[in-house]
Design a protein around this ligand. Sequence first.
Ligand code: CU
Length: 356
Amino acid sequence: MMIFGDRARRAGSALRALGLSFGMGLAATAAHAQEAVASAAASPAASGSPSAAGSYVPMAPTPGVGMPVNGGLGFQPQYTENGQYALWFHDALLMPLIVLICLFVLLLLIWVVIRYRKARNPVASKTSHNTAIEIVWTLLPVLILVGIAIPSINLLSKQFKPAPENALTIKVTGNQWFWTYTYPDNGGFDVNSYMLNQPGQPKINADVREVGSKPWDGPAQLEVDNRMVVPVNEPIRIQTIGSDVIHAFAVPSLWFKLDAVPGRINEKVLTITREGVYYGQCSELCGARHGYMPIAVEVVSRDKFNAWVQTHSGGVIDHQPKPAAAPAAPAAAASAAPAASTAASAAPSASTAPGA
Ligand SMILES: [Cu+2]
């Protein structure tokens, strides 16, 4: 399935190639007319392929969890181990330390200004050295910095820890201006994710519903039509790439931010410890609609994730013995891929391929 990513990246219209090659044989294609792309990712409301056994209803987000709150200060509550560690580092160590140091310096300044002003202290001291004080003001900062460096380097190493072998891989492609989530371990289907339109506002994404029209819709300008669905408490190998310009995949409540750069793959492991919906945004200025390509990560149980996978044409459950018929779908897709990506109009060749 990595071949897909490479080919699509080289092709000028990455999404078109992916959409056509995966979209063949798919009865219900959710059309995003905005980019004239036939999406292989069936929207939650749309029916999957007839053979798909799964069923899935999107989760309603918990207010205040995984999203910004009105008047909020500081970081959002964290739902990954790294995030909790980093939040502790910031809240328990860095903030108190910097507040204490600032107060200490401020008090010293005030004391000097008042006590040693010209009226109070007409003859200034000629003292230029004080060994005891010099040792203290050298050693103390060194000790403080070492004390900060230990948890800081620890956090860095945690964040750069590679994903374990059996991690679930999800490829995140940043496009102008939406996200594509590819699931190579689950048959290689794609999910295109567009921001919902705002009621009463000019439409940003044609043919995408308005926020508030479904019971599970989350906050305005953060909710999307198709979320990135992942299993809870499992390491996920996130690979980011840009199809046009640099984007950045960032979810504040998961302590996760990774640039999506054209021509290279960035990788980072993500393990989310609580079911729920977590919202983020593209965090690299990527063009006119940079502010309208939010991220919604829905974290569900393994069973629910498997059911969600099966709602996609060609969806294959990972980590489990595959049914005899299942491998046919990705194999057919792979064999049709060269035709789909090389031919300028791939639709005829794709339509002649055996149905999934
Ligand atoms: Cu972007």
